[in-house]
Design a binder for this molecule. Structure first.
Ligand SMILES: [Cu+2]
Length: 277
């Protein structure tokens, strides 16, 4: 019996070791990448490991809003409905959803921000902003900034993509106080390109995969170039998350100070292969 207990303990420790390495992300997924004007779409917010489809209880978000194609901000925080979602192994987790009706043609941005989330495994807080896009017939606004201090902005249009296509995005961060003014789009937004930013790239599985590859094939890592530009290849159909991070200061937890890691995630959808008939 003692031996069995010890074995169970060892297995639990191994499981913990594995989960330390896997990265948690916030997922904000429109259930359809594009709709027509006047149609509605369901959006789901969930928290966990996208590749493994391992879901955990999502915290109530701090803010949720859309930016319409004409630039108008639409607060969606009152539209959220809490529900239970089923993750890997049939495990239930708290998630949130809301329905959105597109009243204009163009591209809608959806942005969700979380309060700092304590991560016992990493001994740090994660404070995330996630962004996804809904395409409504006209190509307008997919590259718009959502007015955040730290953002991953697509340079490649984030829809109508095929598996294997290259994707580029520019990471922008708040400009330092009193620095040299920069004459570009980022400066106009009070930000500067974030050179050398670490970006994690991960594919989302709508159902848990039967077999998991090694860690480096689950989460890819790239750095932005001197212009803050990220380049990656989206090899498979479905959702991908591109997550940049920066230092967000410190925050108290049980009387001690721990680092806050601020992350900005861009969710991008890749279509199934299209073959002309
Ligand atoms: Cu994790």
């Amino acid at each position: 019996m003692k031996r069995l207990l010890r074995l169970v303990l060892v297995i639990n420790l191994l499981a913990l070791a594995v989960s330390i390495a896997r990265a948690h992300y916030n997922m904000l997924l429109p259930q359809s990448g594009s709709v027509k004007k006047g149609e509605s779409v369901l959006l789901v917010y969930q928290w966990g490991h996208p590749f493994e489809h391992e879901l955990f209880d999502a915290p109530a978000p701090e803010a949720v809003f859309a930016v319409a194609p004409d630039g108008k901000k639409i607060d969606l925080s009152k539209e959220l409905e809490k529900f239970e979602i089923v993750g890997a192994d049939g495990k239930k987790a708290t998630a949130y959803r809301f329905r959105f009706t597109a009243e204009q043609r163009g591209d809608y941005l959806f942005v969700l921000r979380t309060a700092p989330i304590w991560m016992p495994e990493g001994q740090e807080f994660l404070q995330d902003t996630v962004r996804s896009v809904l395409h409504v017939q006209a190509e307008r606004g997919w590259d718009a900034a959502a007015g955040l201090p730290f953002e991953v902005l697509p340079l490649t249009r984030p829809y109508g993509l095929q598996p294997g296509m290259a994707f580029q995005a520019q990471v922008e961060t708040q400009a330092p106080q009193g620095g040299q003014p920069l004459r570009n789009g980022a400066a106009a937004r009070g930000r500067k390109p974030f050179a050398g930013a670490i970006v994690e790239i991960e594919h989302y599985h709508a159902a848990p995969p039967a077999m998991l590859p090694s860690e480096e094939h689950i989460t890819r890592t790239a750095k932005t170039d001197p212009n803050g530009v990220l380049t990656c290849t989206l090899t498979d159909a479905g959702w991908w998350c591109l997550t940049a991070r920066r230092d967000g200061g410190v925050k108290q937890h049980e009387g001690k100070e721990y680092p806050v890691r601020q992350r900005s995630t861009l969710w991008v959808f890749v279509d199934e292969p299209v073959t002309p008939k």
